[in-house]
Design a protein around this ligand. Structure first.
Ligand code: ZN
Length: 313
């Protein structure tokens, strides 16, 4: 039992069309799945990632047309770091300027070059120059629709995430004991934990002491999902969480593309454990992911009404 690292990150967005445009046309990710929020089918759930929808490359959104802006605070994912080829930071720096994306200057963290920026909803992201290789061809494979992103600059997947928390130790105990991460080092108030995976293998604990609580809204990360190889691995992690760490874990929920359990880690960030199987090709051909509006069985009879409610994409 050891998590291979991050499976996906899910956030709240504003207008769906703007969200789709930014992640596919500006960043060059593939739309891996277009479905609805399983708990509220009047809203989309959009999944972006590499062309195959591999775990560790997936960023997903619940877009709401009139969502109020969120505010980042303690007990939340503060930033999603995206891995890009080491030589491509200059390309991305130019692209952010060209597309009018709010961004900072290149900085060093843990000896890596990091280019922070924000999506149109104010969500914090960064490009991190890495030596990682794409697992399934470049993420921008599907963004052949935007020839402006050369394949040797395409996003490789999630490099890691940074969590804003009060203190390091309680969250670190979950990362190391339940998910099998190891501490790699400390840079200022950031403590880095790694799973060893080339993609999605890093969680930085940014320990800031007492600080504002987050206000959920657009631009806020909703939860962070870790990978489980299968149901048995997930069950072993769940048993450890409730038996040895006093965490209350939900029952397993069928998310169609993976099976999930959820819990609050001690630093208040909502964590999920998602199985790698069955994956995104369960209801669409692997070569045409994201092509149609896919509904779970319980909503298929309501398709006409749901399609009429959802904003045009
Ligand atoms: Zn999730």
């Amino acid at each position: 039992m050891k998590s291979a690292g991050i499976h996906h990150v899910t956030a709240i967005a504003g207008p769906a069309a703007r969200n789709l445009d930014f992640y596919t046309r500006v960043l060059g990710l593939a739309l891996v799945k277009k479905t609805v929020n399983f708990d509220d089918p009047s809203a989309y759930h959009l999944y972006f990632g590499d062309a195959a929808g591999a775990p560790g490359t997936i960023v997903t959104f619940f877009p709401f047309e009139h969502a109020a802006p969120g505010r980042v605070g303690v007990g939340e994912v503060e930033e999603i770091m995206l891995a890009v080829p080491a030589a491509s930071l200059g390309f991305w720096s130019h692209r952010l300027i060209e597309k009018g994306v709010e961004h900072g200057g290149i900085e060093k963290r843990f000896s890596e070059s990091v280019l922070p920026f924000k999506d149109p909803d104010g969500m914090r992201l960064s490009f991190v120059a890495t030596a990682a290789e794409p697992a399934n061809g470049p993420a921008a494979g599907a963004a052949g629709d935007d020839a402006a992103i050369p394949s040797d600059s395409a996003i490789l997947g999630i490099h890691g995430v940074s969590l804003l928390i009060e203190e390091e130790a309680p969250t670190a105990a979950i990362l190391t004991d339940v998910f099998g991460f190891d501490k790699e080092g400390t840079d200022g108030s950031r403590h880095r934990y790694t799973s060893g995976a080339a993609i999605g293998g890093i969680v930085d604990l940014h320990a800031v002491g007492g600080f504002l609580k987050p206000r959920p809204g657009r631009g806020s990360v909703h939860h962070l999902a870790f990978r489980a190889a299968n149901d048995a691995d997930q069950a072993a992690m769940t048993a450890k969480l409730s038996g040895e760490h006093g965490r209350e874990v939900t029952e397993q929920k069928d998310r169609k593309y993976f099976r999930s359990v959820y819990f609050r880690e001690p630093g208040h960030v909502l964590f999920e454990i998602a199985t790698d199987a069955p994956g995104f090709a369960v209801d669409e051909p692997a070569g045409a992911l994201g092509a149609g509006l896919m509904l779970p069985d319980q909503y298929e009879p309501l398709r006409e009404r749901i399609e009429a409610t959802l904003p045009e994409l």
